[in-house]
Write a protein that binds this ligand. Structure first.
Ligand SMILES: Nc1nc2c(c(=O)[nH]1)N[C@H]1C(S)=C(S)[C@@H](COP(=O)(O)OP(=O)(O)OC[C@H]3O[C@@H](n4cnc5c(N)ncnc54)[C@H](O)[C@@H]3O)O[C@H]1N2
Ligand code: MOO
Length: 400
């Protein structure tokens, strides 16, 4: 089977994937969620003309030739307006956010005034309208404030609250079931037996997907055994997973049973084997609406494939757009010509005088988590890219 180019694999994976259903959640619990429908303002903000400063509400005409003496007739505070009307020669003490009294057309800030009992002396003139926030300056009832697909970041959340919402319609979190396969694996924190290692991939996949807003059902480890793998797949389907991620067993060895078992359980295989390094044996398929990502077991392959495939899939199910953080950097070291696979090279990227500088790590074995943890970026080498000299530009995918 010919290897599938990365972009084509991505297109095919996302084909037909749409935002999940909407659910209503209390606004305080909606941080980081994705809006399922556009939000329009339920109220006008500010709801009244308001003072933007602490000082005195005045009629600008009274202050045309400063100094001017005004008679203090009351106060307007945020939350308690002055009920009366201001006439010629009068002033009302006012505070930031308080409603403008009727008859006033400007604010004299208190730094430019001297108060003594019920007399205020204005030392400066003011323009009509000065320091007044007009009703509706921020938004008017009915204005569309946030679009569907908007991530409820702190500013968006605060805006939705100010606009009158106590609950928000958000896209349901995608549910991801993770199944690790391999006789050699034991859970983190337990002592491996002879010939065994710790299953570390569940941790990176779960952490990445959770940070992207997914809900994780970690089904742990199953051995290289058809019945055990089939049981875990049934359990994942029983959990109503939107995405099943299998780890390991994706390649061609006798113990690589995952694809065969999935197909035996009724999965429609969409593609297998991508023109990329690491991650060549990646597999994708479907059980109806449930998508299956079969990730290669090498820890770096799992990680790179999660970045390149799982993140966009989670985003698409969540109703938002995924924008990988791609940058241009200058190579700090030469790089060899590439073969036919798109290469993702672990690298350290730092800010230099002429922009970002990328240093690839010398050893790129796809089992090595130590270099992965030391990397903050992947240099992307196109299939067939010629050798590059130090100082040439390269494209990097930032990881953190
Ligand atoms: N003859 C060939 N051999 C291999 C090929 C190939 O094309 N022809 N591809 C290689 C590539 S590339 C990769 S990547 C690996 C992927 O193989 P599998 O997906 O079948 O992964 P496993 O064999 O199960 O494991 C590989 C490696 O990773 C460790 N592993 C597995 N799961 C976990 C986990 N959850 N946490 C930590 N480490 C894990 C496992 O112990 C192995 O060391 O195949 C190459 N071989
Ligand atoms: O492509 Mo495999 O993913 O390196 O070691």
């Amino acid at each position: 089977m010919a290897l599938l180019p990365v972009d084509e694999a991505l297109d095919r994976m996302l084909d037909g994937v749409r935002a999940l259903d909407s659910e209503d959640v209390p606004i305080a619990a909606a941080a980081g969620r994705v809006l399922a429908s556009a939000l329009s303002a339920r109220r006008t903000q500010p709801p009244f003309d308001a003072s933007a400063m602490d000082g005195y509400a005045v009629r600008a005409a009274d202050l045309a030739n400063p100094p001017a003496r005004l008679r203090l007739i009351g106060a307007s505070a945020a939350g308690k307006r002055y009920a009366g009307r201001l006439g010629p020669g009068e002033a009302v003490r006012i505070f930031t956010g308080a409603p403008m009294p009727q008859g006033a057309d400007a604010i004299l800030i208190q730094e430019n005034a001297e108060a003594d009992g019920d007399v205020v002396e204005a030392r400066e003139s003011v323009e009509p309208g000065r320091h007044i926030r007009r009703a509706g300056l921020d938004f008017e009832q009915g204005d569309v404030l946030l679009d569907a697909g908007r991530v409820l970041d702190p500013a968006a959340l605060s805006l939705a609250g100010a606009a009158g919402y106590g609950r928000l319609p958000v896209v349901r979190r995608p549910r991801i079931a993770i199944v690790a396969t391999g006789d050699e694996l034991v859970p983190p924190g337990t002592e491996p037996g002879p010939d065994q290692i710790v299953a570390s991939n569940n941790l990176s996949v779960a952490a990445l997907a959770r940070a992207d807003g997914a809900e994780i059902v970690d089904l742990g480890i199953v051995g290289d055994d058809r019945a055990a793998i089939a049981g875990a797949i049934r359990a994942a389907l029983g959990e109503a997973a939107d995405i099943i991620v299998t780890l390991g067993g994706a390649s061609v060895g006798e113990h690589d049973l995952v694809r065969e078992v999935l197909v035996g359980e009724g999965m429609e295989l969409a593609f297998w084997k991508i023109a990329m390094r690491p991650g060549k044996p990646l597999m994708f398929g479907r059980f109806g609406g449930t998508r299956v990502l079969g990730l290669p077991g090498n820890p770096v392959s799992t990680f790179v494939c999660s970045h390149l495939f799982l993140r966009p899939l989670v985003a698409r199910f969540s109703g938002r757009t995924y924008l990988p953080e791609l940058r241009s950097a200058i190579l700090a070291q030469p790089m060899k010509a590439n073969d036919h696979r798109q290469d993702y090279v672990r690298a350290s990227v730092i800010s230099g005088q002429d922009g970002l500088m990328a240093s690839p790590f010398d050893v790129q074995d796809s089992s090595m988590l130590s270099t992965l943890a030391a990397s903050n970026a992947l240099i992307i080498r196109e299939p067939g890219a010629p050798a590059s000299a130090a100082g040439e530009r390269c494209r990097v995918l930032m990881l953190r």
